[in-house]
Design a protein around this ligand. Structure first.
Ligand SMILES: C[S@@+](CC[C@H](N)C(=O)[O-])C[C@H]1O[C@@H](n2cnc3c(N)ncnc32)[C@H](O)[C@@H]1O
Length: 227
């Protein structure tokens, strides 16, 4: 299926709540695998509406810090709204290609970002440089064409690299990182429920009772090599 209206996209309507619902499980699997804990300093690159930044902030708590970085100045307002109860979140308008933080962080994270940037490896290199030696870099990116509606593959014409997830382990190695773990997961469903609702918001077309497999997210958990 090639969804109408520009295909899968990241509009403000779906920034909060829905994406969090359907992609919360892969996010929590990744944060669990990593052992994220109180006091960590993190950066969420391509933070968008701040779903991930808020999830990170809830775990690192008041002693931690989360830099929510996005190239779109509008994202600052969205993050500020989402982060009202989390003073440890600092919103910054900056491109991932220029990532420069006031301090080294323990974790650099991105989700649904590399699919949109011109040079994913450059952004991964900047994420590598933003973490302390032996610090963590985690990326979650989709294989869009592996998603299905009624058995037909999804597409995302507006994204530069809609299937970047399929290349993620190799890109991470090319960025000079050590890959610790990598896997793919997604949600599936048919009929009423968050998967159907999410897809309807993304595409403007309700899949009805057709079976849906959302694009799998490939997660790579990597470390910056020690000096
Ligand atoms: C699909 S949204 C993902 C938002 C969030 N990471 C999530 O998973 O809910 C992609 C975000 O990346 C941002 N973005 C796109 N290119 C960027 C770049 N080169 N540097 C930083 N942010 C970028 C967009 O402005 C948008 O907010």
């Amino acid at each position: 299926m090639r969804p109408p209206g520009g295909g899968l996209s990241c509009g403000p309507v779906i920034e909060l709540g829905l994406r969090n619902d359907v992609y919360r499980r892969p996010l929590m699997t990744a944060l669990d695998r990593l052992g994220l804990r109180e006091g960590w300093k993190c950066v969420d690159v391509g933070a968008g509406g701040g779903d991930v930044s808020v999830a990170l902030a809830e775990i690192v708590a008041r002693d931690g810090r989360v830099y929510a970085v996005d190239s779109d100045p509008h994202a600052r307002d969205l993050v500020a709204e989402a982060a009202a109860a989390h003073s440890q979140i600092v919103a910054i308008t900056q491109a991932g290609e220029d990532l420069l933080l006031p301090e080294p962080v323990d974790l650099a994270f991105c989700r649904f970002l590399l699919m949109h940037v011109r040079e994913p490896t450059v952004v991964l290199e900047r994420m590598r440089d933003s973490v302390r030696p032996s610090g963590w870099v985690v990326a979650q990116e989709p294989v869009t064409s592996a998603g299905r509606v009624g058995g037909r593959p999804l597409s995302m014409p507006d994204a530069r690299h809609p299937d970047v997830g399929a290349l993620l382990p190799a890109l991470t190695l090319a960025a000079g990182l050590e890959v610790v773990d990598a896997w793919a997961e997604s949600q599936a469903g048919a009929g009423a429920g968050p998967v159907r609702e999410y897809l309807a918001h993304l595409t403007g077309v309700d899949p009805g009772d057709e079976p849906v497999v959302l694009p799998p997210l490939v997660t790579v958990v990597a470390r910056r090599p020690p000096p």
